[in-house]
Design a protein around this ligand. Sequence first.
Ligand code: NAD
Ligand code: WQD
Length: 343
Amino acid sequence: MADRILVTGGTGYIGSHTVVELQNAGYEVIIVDNLSNSGAGVLDNIEKITGIRPVFRKIDCCDYEALAAIFGKYKGIKAIIHFAASKAVGESVEKPLMYYRNNLVSLINLLELMPQFGIGGFVFSSSCTVYGQPDQLPVSESAPVKPAESPYGNTKQVNEEIIQDTVASGANIRSVILRYFNPIGAHPSTEIGELPNGVPQNLVPYITQTAIGIREQLSVFGADYDTPDGSCIRDFINVVDLAKAHVAAIERILQSGQKSPVEVFNIGTGRGLSVLELINTFEKVTGVKLNYRVTDRRAGDIVKVWADPQLANNELGWKAKESIEDTLMSAWNWQVKISKKQE
Ligand code: NAD
Ligand code: WQD
């Protein structure tokens, strides 16, 4: 019988791509999502790609009783992948309590319920935001965690600590914490991708929306940084590659391959690309000219960060494979498709 995996936030951007990879790898998936930042239509699209419709329950992870009922109904869940969270940095500054409540209570509920239902595996979505501006690049997992720039970033740091403390207290839980760098792109089928709510805060959706004419102009937030072309540098990771890292993490937990009960892995390509380099590559692969101009710096931006992914490469047996060209093309194909649908 297929191993049963519960995916919170499974109709969201990274969650939906991960559900596809889990199903392709033979796992049975149960999705829990409150649809606060996604739609149930994603389930049809997952089914189109994999031929399998995952079980879906519209539940808020802050609702302890509702989660308990799910664990009671779907017995034998082997592990949880916890994506469900609020993730907009700017919004978290305006509504810190909403972010602390959603991102902390959800995690606490899951960790409290897991031992009661004999669920031992836990994969958590963390972020390179925990490193702030690293002193050394590429940044490895042993680099210090820096004071968070936003309540959102702080929730990721505190979440990591909650997991560490819970496991250290003797709870029968094994966990893999994945620190994602900058996830971009869409599934090559164009059935699933990122659906930003309102004006995109992240670079690639802003680029694709500008290229298609939804936004007039992209602002490049600063070209006077201490980098070769003056713009900020990031490690852009293809979302399907990222999804596959979760399957590798689940396999490591289920096959008892962990070297310690909580392991932390960087999930990035190991390559830094500047904002201007990304724009140039986008124009080259799509043939679309982008209307952009350099504006003031954005408050709180990290100047440069990219991953040392060696630990994930060696221990998880995972490596980023997709090229930046194919990844940007997938983001563009997705934008074209969703814009046609909205016409
Ligand atoms: P997303 O918003 O597309 O997906 C999150 C999903 O969780 C949504 O479907 C939303 O409806 C759901 N959700 C939110 N709160 C919930 C709750 N209380 N109960 C049930 N469902 C809830 O975001 P994403 O980009 O797919 O991010 C997934 C995870 O990865 C998040 O934890 C995010 O913080 C983390 N992460 C994202 C990025 C990024 O750049 N996208 C980078 C690093 C880490
Ligand atoms: C990338 C670069 C911008 C938009 C954020 C979160 C982080 C993580 C990923 C979850 C920066 C520049 C952007 C625009 C621009 N999320 N930019 N014009 O800031 O690296 O990280 O998302 O954990 O926590 O902080 O990603 O896509 O917002 O920006 O010039 O319109 O693009 O200044 O240099 P960031 P981003």
